[in-house]
Design a protein around this ligand. Structure first.
Ligand SMILES: Cc1cc2nc3c(=O)[nH]c(=O)nc-3n(C[C@H](O)[C@H](O)[C@H](O)COP(=O)(O)O)c2cc1C
Length: 215
């Protein structure tokens, strides 16, 4: 499919059918993820692809526990209008649905990031060269766009980080070596792909100098 259309219609999909996802499709998405850029080309990420039902249940257990904590403690949102409130409720309901049904999603991909020192110093002091996770999220988005091009739905999620140590331990990941940059459920979407509502690019773009608009 057209690349721009694939990008524009890659949005958070959290409701899936029971149809399995072919390993070949997952492998194609992982190849797309692996082509992403990374600082110094370090390619820091590892992928943990969870398709076995018992392992999905373990991940889903920790995800649900994390989401319960997040949901019950998040600050009450302030809405600018009813439309805004309705979008929030839809997202909130879909997020709850994912938390309650993650064990049924055919594949869950964990993007692991090594716990390593990143950046260095010279005589002037430490240098900010960007964070290590800036080298992992491009791979996550490549994965999601590739999945979309194959008709698969995904959602970039991070709430599992609340119980990352427990989830990683349950999956046999050596302790203290990795954090979870993202957890991405993958499946055939129950709904249809569409273009999500966003601020117009013009509204947040400045040309040459802060505040200058092209038109
Ligand atoms: C860094 C990051 C963390 C996110 N964490 C979660 C999460 O833990 N659970 C979840 O259901 N969605 C999560 N999302 C998905 C967002 O809620 C979603 O991208 C946003 O609401 C826009 O959705 P849309 O593309 O369908 O409009 C996360 C997205 C990002 C980029």
């Amino acid at each position: 499919m057209d690349t721009i259309e694939a990008i524009l219609t890659t949005r958070a999909m959290r409701r899936f059918t029971a149809e399995p996802v072919a390993d070949a499709d997952l492998e194609a998405c992982l190849r797309a993820a692996q082509q992403a850029p990374s600082g110094g080309n370090v390619q820091p990420q590892q992928y943990l692809v969870v398709t076995a039902a018992d392992q999905r249940a373990v991940v889903a257990h920790w995800y649900r526990k994390a989401f319960d904590r997040y949901e019950s403690s998040r600050p009450a949102p302030v809405f600018k209008d009813e439309g805004d409130a309705a979008v929030w409720k839809r997202t909130s309901d879909a997020s709850r649905h994912l938390a309650d049904h993650l064990q049924d999603v055919p594949a869950i991909v964990l993007f692991l990031q090594p716990l390593i020192p990143w950046g260095w110093s010279d005589d002037e002091g430490p240098m900010d060269i960007g964070r290590l996770d800036a080298s992992v999220y491009p791979a996550v988005q490549n994965f999601c766009v590739a999945a979309r091009s194959l008709g698969l739905g995904t959602a970039l999620t991070t709430v599992i980080r609340i119980y990352a140590a427990e989830a990683l331990d349950a999956l046999g990941v050596p302790p203290g070596r990795f954090e979870i940059a993202a957890l991405v459920p993958v499946g055939h979407p129950a709904g249809t792909f569409g273009i999500a509502s966003r601020k117009p690019a013009d509204a947040v773009t400045h040309w040459n100098r802060w505040g200058d608009k092209r038109r």
